[in-house]
Design a protein around this ligand. Sequence first.
Ligand SMILES: [Zn+2]
Length: 321
Amino acid sequence: MRNSLLRIHTAQDIDDQVDKVLRGLGNAPPPLSLEYVRALLKLDKGYYSSTKDGPLRELASKLFVAGKQILGRPTLLWEAVKKAELKALYLPDRKQILLDEDLPLLKHRWNESHEIGHSIIPWHTSAMLGDNTATLSQACLEHTESEANYAAGRLLFLRERFTEELNSSTPTLKLIKNLGKSFGNTSTSTMWRSIECSTQTIFGAVSSHPRKLSEKFNAQEPLSYFIRSKSFIEKFSEITEHLIWGHMQSYCGWQKGGPLGETEVVLTDDNGSNHVFRMETFFNSYEALTLGVYVRPELITSVNLFSSSIAATEALFRDLL
Ligand SMILES: [Zn+2]
């Protein structure tokens, strides 16, 4: 799955809304407190369980009373949650965010921000039903979901504050991890945000361990996410997930966790020229994060130079003779 970038005007409109929130909180330093954000926006937070039927049925019947925009029949919510793997909801008329309590705590922060994103984007209010795994995993193709993800990223990373810190040095997985800590976000969402707002030619991948494939591994789609910066999309549009995966398998080791390896690889741009990228991979015990950063154009090797100069000399002699 690949990331999609928003149109400039849409991004600007969302930025204006995010800006209002951050100013409302007095532009406090990171990490952003979602509790304060909800207090400012007068949003309520609740939980439901996707594994226990009872509480969800109860919630569904409450929604039947209160939430006319959601459903005609209470059982439909329960069915929707089961079928669509709903992970979070925003109920505009109750100004309430509901999170699936069965998800790991680390994911709640992103899911909650995503729903806050829906609540501050004026044109989303009419389009709310709920969110499933695909949309919340940041790579959804539907506009509203990409927009809510964009808003979530801009909120959690405090707009330009993150971009400035990021662009002041060469991105590495270590830097991303440290930035993630100071902004209170996971390494995965930090890597995602780093690539999308980078002015450099970089890419990232979220995948299974390249040596110890997980049960969910799909050879047709070896990377769960292939995230590319604007500049990378413009110059290296032909680079595929399979090519990146092949490189990862060549340099990654069998370690159970931590850094799996790093190397320099050559990628060919859309004009057919070769360029060197530095790739590194880290495994956090459930997913592998890979970062690729542009280093330099590939120089023609001395052997090539030598043989081409021989050819040129021969040609010169042929002309003279
Ligand atoms: Zn959503």
